[in-house]
Design a protein around this ligand. Structure first.
Ligand code: PRX
Length: 693
């Protein structure tokens, strides 16, 4: 810890210059957009003066305490929340991250009794903010909107909680939620939390097959969905997808008794919805009849709050399990500091609640701070590429948090789509999901933020529950493309292949050497996989799966996944999952999937496929292979390129040499390296010849 602190403290030697803002260059955009990667971009003195953490010195003071005295640091923060019973004071945290010393186990605030829904709603109402807007809902079609105050949101959550209890949902039961970005999605999450049920939200872009897989894993009695949603002009019939998934689950011995279906009138009338009367029920027919008060189920800090499935390097998605107390404290605190949250802010995060970003930074983190949150049902380019800025102006959004892929897709359009809107309300921007390339950073900063708003480039993961490495706006200069420094209480380390920590300027594997309150506690039903994936590769540390470098000033630069996971538009996809989906196609015998650079998506999916003997590759077959992936996983995982591969480069022991495939996919043919160890080196030429097929 002391070494780590010395290292972090080296950042106190920043070139002094806060206030002499390098972004003044933005008066000459051309120059700024092409300037050096390692530019320092200082927060304005006006921003820093009012910031929660106004200087590097203040950060260091807080950071020092957070790692030297985690119990004191986190205990003080946790005390700002409501606890029915306090945790064991001695043991704010107990952890073993070292597999060599026994089972990996992490506990925070054990013995404390609380409820995250109570803290996110009742506590805010009790503090006198019941009339403050909690959710501004913006529909897909401009002009269709709604809002709920904290009091109204609490009422709705209580009605659903009462209904769920009435149909038999108890503490510890799983509830699967398959909803688009309607207010009913956070309402459902909060209602589960209120009664101690464990929610498993499945992103509504996943296919019936993926939904079934998740239902089978956690065996809920109740699934919550809606009839349909509009994506642009196109209705997506979500209820039909749920019907298929429930049928598939039943075939696998898991039956769902109740499908609570919200009627999303803007997308489809209820009469047009397929219905199974003994199982399906309309939300609007039952939920509003229930009382709008509901007693809270007090749960232990270590009782499970939610499951969220994410991709790994095998075909089977991992059920990441988060518990209540630590997650609550961490989601709220990271939100507050990384966005420099003030009660007057209006906050908009473009993520869907189907992903971790939507859990921690659409629902829990902001609501626990009493924030006004915009949620958006639609697509950012509908009806045109100015929609985001239209929404920013409409609600006077002050904090705007999004993914680099959206930034890149919008920066390809004319700047006029941005500049025709005022955006004066904006004060902090945020980025998440993948490394933001410096040119996208600069466009976001200069054009969207008018060279005035710091960007919090937040590095974290489904597993970490909240931000791990992130700027604290106002505290230190930023470097376009760097997530900068660790959040309070997080001790990142960079290790080499042997697991030795590397000091100073270096590159390697990003690990964390202590636990933090928001850390996931296990993979649902598979603690062995938890240990093997995250704690065995580098014993003594949590291994993130990411590569990282640290520059001479101590800034962290994330360089992408080092495992068989690719990051497409900020969505994490296992290459093995896509391969399994491809080989399910009757005409495909083998598939190898690699990630390639993609201008907008960050990474694209490039699939090499070997066909059944005698089958010829055709445009029709290409389409049906892609359809197989859409059906198995979801449209967002559809390969960008299918490359017909009569043979794959394999070693004599039969292992596919992905390194070579990556080079072929990215056309770096002069960098193929040694191919002499291949069982049949001739396949390489054959593949190159078929590249444009
Ligand atoms: O590779 C990192 C990348 O996204 C992965 C985590 O994906 P997921 O669990 O789906 O969570 C996404 C939202 C937190 C990481 O392992 N990643 C996420 N944020 C960043 C990032 N890479 C670089 N910079 C980031 N800010």
């Amino acid at each position: 810890t002391e070494d780590h602190l010395r290292h972090i403290e080296s950042l106190a030697t920043f070139p002094s210059g806060a206030g002499k803002i390098s972004h003044l260059r933005a008066t000459n955009l051309g120059e700024c957009l092409s300037s050096e990667e390692h530019d320092l971009v200082f927060p304005t003195p006006e921003f820093s003066d009012k910031a929660l953490v106004p200087s590097t010195e203040k950060y260091l003071e807080m950071y020092r305490r957070s790692v030297r005295d985690p119990a004191g640091f986190w205990g003080d923060i946790a005390a700002e929340f409501y606890w029915k019973e306090k945790w064991d004071c001695e043991k704010v945290c107990s952890e073993n991250l070292d597999v060599r010393k026994g089972t990996v186990e992490i506990e925070w605030f054990k013995g404390g009794k609380t409820n995250i829904c109570f803290n996110a709603l009742d506590r805010i109402v009790d503090n006198g903010d019941g009339d403050k807007v909690a959710l501004y809902w913006e529909g897909n079609v401009p002009g269709l909107d709604d809002k709920l105050t904290y009091k109204e949101l609490l009422d709705k959550v209580c009605q659903l909680s009462n209904y769920l209890k009435d149909v038999g949902v108890k503490k510890g039961d799983a509830v699967v939620i398959y909803l688009p970005m309607l207010a009913e999605l956070p309402i459902s999450m909060l209602a589960c939390a209120r009664i101690g049920a464990v929610h498993s939200v499945v992103f509504a872009g996943f296919s019936a097959e993926s939904l079934a897989q998740r239902i089978i894993d956690c065996k809920p009695n109740v699934v919550i969905t809606c009839n349909a949603v509009l994506r642009g002009d196109k209705p997506i019939l979500l209820k039909n997808i749920v019907d298929q998934a429930i049928t598939q689950s039943a075939d696998n011995g898991v039956s769902v008794d109740l499908c609570l279906t919200y009627e999303n009138q803007s997308a489809m009338k209820k009469e047009a919805t397929k219905w199974q009367a003994d199982r399906d029920i309309w939300w609007q027919d039952v939920v509003p009849k229930y009382p709008n008060t509901c007693l809270v189920e007090w749960v232990d800090a270590e009782d499970p709050l939610f499951l969220l499935y994410t991709s790994g390097s095998t075909g089977k998605p991992k059920g990441v399990l988060h518990t209540t107390g630590g997650y609550m404290v961490y989601a709220a605190t990271t939100f507050k500091y990384a966005f420099d949250y003030k009660p007057s802010d209006v906050y908009w995060c473009t993520a869907d609640c189907g992903w971790i970003t939507g859990h921690s930074y659409v629902s829990y983190g902001p609501l626990l701070n009493g924030a006004s949150v915009v949620i958006f049902e639609g697509a950012p380019n509908y009806p045109d590429s100015g929609r985001c800025w239209d929404i920013v102006d409409k609600y006077n959004v002050t904090i705007f948090y999004t993914a680099p892929t959206l930034v890149r897709s919008l920066m390809r359009e004319k700047n006029e789509y941005v500049t025709r809107y005022s955006r004066k309300s904006l004060r902090v921007l945020g980025s998440v999901g993948e490394p933001i390339n410096p040119s996208a950073w600069r466009w976001f900063y200069n054009i969207v933020g008018d060279s005035r708003c710091p960007i919090s480039d937040t590095w974290w993961q489904t597993e970490t529950g909240g931000f791990m490495i992130t700027p604290l706006p106002g505290s230190w200069p930023q470097k376009p493309g760097s997530a900068t420094f660790p959040f309070f209480g997080v001790q990142p380390v960079i290790v080499d292949e042997k697991g030795n920590e590397i000091e100073g300027e270096c590159s390697g594997y990003l690990c964390v050497k202590n636990s933090w309150p928001g850390a996931f506690r296990t993979l649902y039903g598979d603690h062995d996989r938890y240990e093997t994936t995250y704690f065995k590769p580098f014993p003594g540390y949590y291994f993130s799966g990411d590569g990282c470098s640290r520059d001479g000033d101590g800034y962290y630069w994330l360089t992408g996944r080092v495992d068989d996971v690719i990051n497409v538009s900020g969505h994490r996809i296992g290459t093995a999952e896509v391969e399994s989906a491809l080989v399910l196609h009757p005409q495909c015998v083998e598939a190898a999937v690699v990630g390639v650079e993609h201008e907008v998506k960050g990474q694209g999916i490039y699939a090499f496929v070997t066909l059944v003997d005698g089958v010829t590759y055709s445009e029709e077959l290409r389409k049906s292979l892609i359809l197989s992936v859409r059906n198995q996983i979801g449209a967002f995982a559809a390969p960008d390129k299918i490359h017909w591969a009569p043979g794959l480069p394999k070693t004599r022991s039969g292992k596919i040499m992905r390194r070579i495939l990556r080079k072929i996919a990215s056309r770096q043919l002069e960098e193929l390296g040694d191919i002499s160890t291949l069982a049949d080196p001739a396949v390489v030429d054959q593949l190159i010849a078929l590249s444009d097929c």
